[in-house]
Write a protein that binds this ligand. Structure first.
Ligand code: SF4
Ligand code: SF4
Ligand code: SF4
Length: 598
């Protein structure tokens, strides 16, 4: 027998209660309950500078651009520079990479950095009588100076060269970091009240003397001496230290390198040397003893170098440099194979039986690493090859801190910035403790983004991002509910986009394919402001509630309400029956289910 058709005249018979469902306290059924718990986004944990990437992406999404800029500047004083030269490990860690493409964090950061440079610098109010001396004006020195000035100290930066910037100015070519950007950044620091004393060399004894006038000294003198190759014929006039070559070109000189140039090394200095030599009209070959996978250089820079037509000889190491007739040298090379992993975890190159081969060159540029400059440190503050520091940058010499490339950290700009910030916190803590002030507890781990770099906002206790039930746990991709996301293509820079909507046009690559020579104009054009905002909207805000209200909408017991005037939510546990729908549906993994009574 078929069921009678349901019409408006014959509604289905369902039980209807005339009393309020509030009487039905389903909360008594539960044995687990939801808890709002913000975690740490992987990008934050991996940024060596300690930037709250997730936080500023969310502020950009909300259109709160000034707040987003403020949040960046709390941790990173030079986003225009890191946006250009950081190796952006944040993007390697980005959860979105497992969904479609990682968020282009460095490009968003760069656009924000350019905005910062076009704005007046912050007013850094002096709240402490103490002054701090910073020796070296590279990224570590500048970061330490900025953070100390922000913390209210008077700061003087001493620089041996005629202009501030350290390795940023001397080692990084124009096409990656235009001088104009660096000059504006230094002016921004100086306008913010940081004093610069250039053409001033500080050696160990003098660093001690600085303590008469300064409450603390931070030494960040970098690593400026290229390591020798250790092969016969290295003293040939055709062999030049890669860093000296870059410094000369960055000073505006044009060293005579000839046409055939061999660059030995696989790091950023090697790639910078090769691309700079190319721009001086040479045809460089990069000789690297491991394979492309093991290269420590920024992968995108290697891609660019290959795109520009630079040749690479992998699994090859120089054995000798033979001085030939005239201005020529023969680089005798040995074929290598990869053996067992070494201390760095990379497989060690060992000579193969494939014999040797030679490359003819007018110049050999060596770029197999640099040695730190430790002259400004007292003897007991340095081991033979690096400054000795504790977890807040203090050396064994009273009153002296150290950081940056001289202190054995990863040799990247963002790591140097992070180490400058860490030392600023160490100095602040030491001075305030000496003055009898109460300082935050000693647990440095709590200041870190889940084992990553230190958050200055955590140190100051004034994090503007409201976190609910905050933990220091990284929220990985498996904690996200991707059912609520849609695929969106990552924004690309003008030269990569199909539709070229942004200026400037005519990047180095385009200029070169026009048949003209490569020049030192900036290679990467960056994103427009609109593109940067679009890209920020791709951020999934991993681990942090961004007020999407899905939990509130989807709770079957209507147990969730928005807090009056606040950014959080209340769960009425009288009605929450512990079904876990909210935690399951939260796109960001910002709700966890916990056992009752825990
Ligand atoms: S400094 Fe580097 S790692 Fe940190 S957020 Fe910026 S691009 Fe990413
Ligand atoms: S999606 Fe956003 S919050 Fe998540 S890891 Fe990537 S940049 Fe960070
Ligand atoms: S569902 Fe939305 S509102 Fe609820 S906790 Fe997750 S992110 Fe926040």
């Amino acid at each position: 027998m078929s069921e009678p058709a349901v019409t408006h005249d014959s509604p289905p018979r369902i039980s209807v209660s005339s009393t309020s469902t509030l009487a039905n306290r389903t909360g008594s059924w539960k044995y687990i309950r939801p808890r709002y718990q913000d975690g740490v986004a992987p990008c934050n944990a991996r940024c060596p500078t300690g930037v709250d990437v997730e936080g500023y992406m969310n502020l950009l999404r909300e259109g709160r651009i000034a707040d987003a800029l403020d949040l960046v500047l709390r941790e990173n004083p030079m986003p225009a520079i890191t946006g250009r030269v950081c190796h952006h490990p944040c993007e390697l860690a980005c959860n979105r990479a497992q969904y479609d493409d990682p968020v282009a964090v460095h490009l968003v950061e760069r656009e924000m950095g350019d905005r910062v440079l076009s704005m007046p610098p912050p007013v850094l109010r002096r709240t402490h009588t103490e002054k701090v001396a910073v020796v070296g004006s590279g990224p570590a020195g500048l970061a330490c100076a900025y953070h100390l000035a922000r913390l209210g100290y008077g700061v003087t930066v001493f620089e041996e060269a005629a202009k501030a910037g350290g390795m940023l100015r001397q080692g990084i070519p124009d096409y990656r970091l235009p001088r104009d950007i660096l000059d504006r950044q230094i002016r921004w620091f100086s306008d913010a009240g940081i004093e610069f004393r250039c053409n001033t060399r500080i050696a160990g004894e003098y660093a001690d003397k600085l303590l008469r006038d300064y409450a603390a000294v931070f030494v960040a003198t970098g690593a400026h001496r290229s390591r020798p190759l250790g092969v016969t014929g290295e003293d040939s006039p055709r062999v030049m230290a890669g860093l000296d070559f870059l410094k000369a070109v960055n000073r505006g000189e044009a060293p005579e390198i000839g046409r055939r140039v061999v660059v030995v090394g696989g790091g950023n200095t090697a790639i910078d040397c090769a691309r700079t030599a190319l721009r001086l009209g040479a045809t460089p070959v990069v000789l690297y003893r491991r394979t492309r996978q093991e290269m420590p250089a920024i992968a995108a820079e290697v891609d660019e170098a290959m795109r520009e037509g630079i040749a690479f000889e992998f699994l090859a190491a120089p054995r000798a440099v033979h001085h030939l007739q005239g201005r020529q040298a023969g680089v005798e090379c040995e074929r290598m194979v990869l053996g067992e992993p070494d201390a760095s975890g990379r497989r060690r190159p060992v000579p193969s039986n494939a014999g040797t081969f030679s490359i003819l060159a007018e110049t050999v540029l060596t770029a197999i690493g640099e040695e730190p400059g430790l002259e400004a440190l007292p003897l007991h503050a340095a081991a033979p090859d690096q400054a000795l520091i504790d977890e807040l940058g203090a050396t064994p010499a009273a009153g002296i801190w150290a950081g940056g490339d001289a202190a054995g950290i990863e040799r990247t700009v963002s790591d140097a910035l992070g180490s400058g910030k860490v030392a600023a916190i160490g100095i602040d803590r030491a001075i305030r403790t000496r003055n009898g002030e109460e300082v935050p507890p000693n647990d440095i781990a709590e200041l870190r983004w889940s084992g990553g770099n230190i958050s200055m906002s955590r140190w100051r206790g004034d994090d503007p991002v409201q976190r609910h039930g905050a933990t220091n746990e990284v929220v990985g991709f498996d904690r996200l509910n991707t059912a609520h996301f849609v695929h969106v293509t990552r924004q690309r820079e003008a030269r990569d986009a199909d539709h070229v909507t942004v200026e400037p046009v005519g990047t180095a690559f385009e200029r070169a394919t026009d048949g003209t020579a490569f020049d030192f104009g900036e290679v990467n054009p960056g994103l427009t402001a609109m593109q940067a905002l679009e890209e920020a909207r791709r951020c999934l805000n991993c681990g942090v509630c961004n007020q999407c209200e899905l939990c509130l909408i989807l709770c079957p017991d209507v147990a969730i309400t928005r807090q009056e005037g606040g950014t959080g939510f209340d769960i009425d546990l009288n009605y929450c029956k512990g079904c876990g729908v909210c935690a399951m549906e939260c796109p960001r993994g910002a709700i966890v289910m916990t056992r009752e009574g825990l």
